[in-house]
Design a protein around this ligand. Sequence first.
Ligand code: PXP
Length: 248
Amino acid sequence: MPDTSLRLGVNIDHVATVRNARGGAYPDPIRAAKLAEEAGADGITAHLREDRRHITDPDIEGLMAALTVPLNFEMAATEEMQKIALRHKPHAVCIVPEKREERTTEGGLEVAREENRLAHFIAPLRDAGCRVSIFIAADRKQIEAAHRIGAEVIELHTGAYCDAHAEGHLEQRDRELESLREMSVFAHSLGLEVHAGHGLTYDTVQPIAAFPEVRELNIGHFLIGEAIFRGLTPAVQEMRRLMDEARA
Ligand code: PXP
């Protein structure tokens, strides 16, 4: 039987955001990652941004040394980040677009426009044994381009779906959900592994978790926020429970 389970990747960037607000060592994102691991996370995700606004280079080193679950290293397609990834060789590398002025990763990567450069960019990462994932919008053109450049995985950007839900634009939310569903099926039919993430909460996770083609969800901001109220372990456990319920 093929494995059709759904993995939860917990993104711990915003533990580092809180730490960096005071410039010290507390709270430690590695401690949070270990707790998330014990609470049922199948992987840990961390985004080393060009401006190091949350995760830092020593955090990546610490995560590589401390984790027993795979690290999904998110990064922009720059030479500096490629060198860092090749030094650490994390289990997975997720290529994301990055703008200095943005508050978070606002859209998916424009793979179609940069196909040649990205194909050359990801080749050494693949050769080093990293699973390369490309963070893109639910757009057929981008999925086809991700497939052509040799990515093994795409991560579909769920931000527009989650925003529409939060703003009460329910028809738009349902349209976004439908296009995520169709593009999951399409990407899967090309042989790509499908992941999804961005902005997911307890209210929005289940319709996405129910797509059988989706194999991994990466969730950060909401879980770290929820940890303030119920603690990180129960926050992760509840997400896991909702995912399993939707999958069943
Ligand atoms: N997936 C990717 C590729 C991301 O860039 C992010 C945000 O860093 C996430 C998932 C997690 O998004 P959120 O923090 O909104 O859950």
